[in-house]
Design a binder for this molecule. Structure first.
Ligand code: C5P
Length: 407
């Protein structure tokens, strides 16, 4: 990490003491560290400790006029290669997710143009609270890397996820973050550097998530799709200027900025919503649609009556339907999650369904619902196998390919 510069924002929590060790490890690796202490962080570690370890001035107050004159907070936020928030408290992450800038740390975080790594530490209930879940999802969607906290006994006496990861683990995450190109699109030979507004005036339909097919009022047939990849794609397309209609099965994900979302439950509802959203320039069908539905019982089936007789019916194939439709989008993209012979099966699926591209992934290797994927893009020109990357990176790369294809 020789010569790399980290800006370390230390929030208020008992785990703040581990930030001191992190500064020491970063310095040992040859990186320079500049520390910013929040008012709450100040109660747990002193600026003097951090100044001694970082061999640099420690910044604590937004309204330090001398610093503002010497170096504005905007510059401070941009002189680093990476901004690290450790410990990232529930409060600090809530402010980050909302774009609140009411002290030096949060102002720097809003003003920065550098990658941000947040390392959470908080009480287990706070970590699991719906508000924190929402904030973490928003931050991840916004491109912040939020590490998972460690699990174990906590200073407050409870047990569970919420502990700050050990400094060595944070160091490893910093190393990974610093190794990624600052611009995730850089270095892609057939990818224009600036995708911004390249899809302006295009309408794109994306389906995402699973479908739920009712068995009775309380039971459904479902699958393991998390919806993360489809949501990431919808967000990346909107960021590139497209008008995006996202038809989402039952998932609890935050709607990406600038996307029009239509929530559905069943395959038939999804097919109808896609139909109603036409015409479109592109359709990307990422949803894992249930292939079968059953005649749903009007009242709860009683288990005492034994296993129910279910009447199975085939669901509409939305992708194949669009492939045949007079309103077929110019570019039709399907997904294929396979557990064996991914490329082979996906290649024949492309022909069978009448779509232009298939994005295939091997779900026997990749656990569904994770943050990363390894995919193959199958087109009429052959197969491209992409490196393993995050679902957001895949979304951005696919967005670039789509913009190129429509150009
Ligand atoms: O046939 P299979 O389900 O493997 O095909 C996957 C692709 O077809 C995905 O793009 C999925 O969204 C789409 N699909 C669909 N309607 C279905 C089944 C799959 O649109 N009923």
């Amino acid at each position: 990490m020789n010569g790399k510069r980290a800006l370390l924002i230390i929030g208020g929590g008992i785990a703040a003491y581990k930030a001191c060790e992190l500064v020491r490890l970063l310095k040992k690796e040859g990186a320079s560290v500049r520390c910013v202490l929040t008012a709450a962080g100040h109660r747990f570690v002193t600026p003097m400790t951090l100044a001694a370890l970082s061999e640099d001035k420690v910044y604590t107050d937004l309204f330090d006029l001398k610093d503002e004159a010497e170096m504005g907070h905007i510059q401070l936020s941009r002189q680093a290669d990476l901004v690290v928030v450790a410990p990232a408290t529930a409060d600090l992450m809530a402010k980050m997710a909302q774009g609140i800038a009411d002290d030096l740390a949060t102002t720097l975080l809003l003003a920065t143009d550098k990658p941000v790594l947040a390392v959470p530490a908080m009480n287990v209930r706070m970590w699991l609270h719906a508000a924190t879940r929402r904030n973490v999802a928003t931050l991840r969607h916004d491109g912040v890397t939020v590490l998972e906290p460690d699990e174990g006994p906590m200073a407050c006496g409870e047990f569970g996820p919420g502990r700050l990861p050990e400094p060595e683990a944070i160091l490893e995450a910093i190393r990974r973050a610093l190794m990624q190109p600052a611009n995730p699109l850089a270095g892609q030979p057939d990818f224009a550097e600036d995708a911004t507004q390249r899809l302006e005036n295009r309408h794109i339909i994306v389906t995402a998530g699973p479908t739920h097919e009712p068995i009775d009022p309380v039971r459904v047939i479902a699958n393991r799709s998390s919806g993360k990849q489809g949501f990431a794609i919808a967000g990346a397309l909107a960021a590139a200027g497209a008008r995006v209609t996202l038809v989402a099965g039952p998932v609890s994900l935050v709607t990406p900025a600038g996307v029009t979302r239509i929530d559905v439950e069943t395959a038939r509802e999804m097919a109808a919503a896609v139909d109603a959203a036409l015409p479109a320039d592109v359709a990307i069908l990422v949803a894992a649609v249930a292939d079968w539905r059953v005649d749903a019982a009007p009242a709860k089936l009683k288990k005492e009556k034994g296993p129910p007789e279910l009447n199975w019916h085939k669901n509409p194939d939305i992708l194949a339907g669009l492939g045949q439709s007079p309103q077929r989008p110019r570019l039709l993209i399907g997904f294929a999650a396979e557990t064996e012979k991914a490329i082979e099966h996906a290649t024949s699926k492309r022909e069978r369904k009448g779509c232009d591209w298939i994005v295939a992934n091997d779900v026997s290797v990749d656990k569904m619902g994770g943050e990363e994927n390894r995919v193959h893009l199958i087109t009429d020109k052959g197969t491209e196998s992409w490196e393993r990357m995050t679902k957001h990176e895949i979304a951005r790369k696919l967005t670039g390919k789509i913009a190129d294809a429509l150009a």
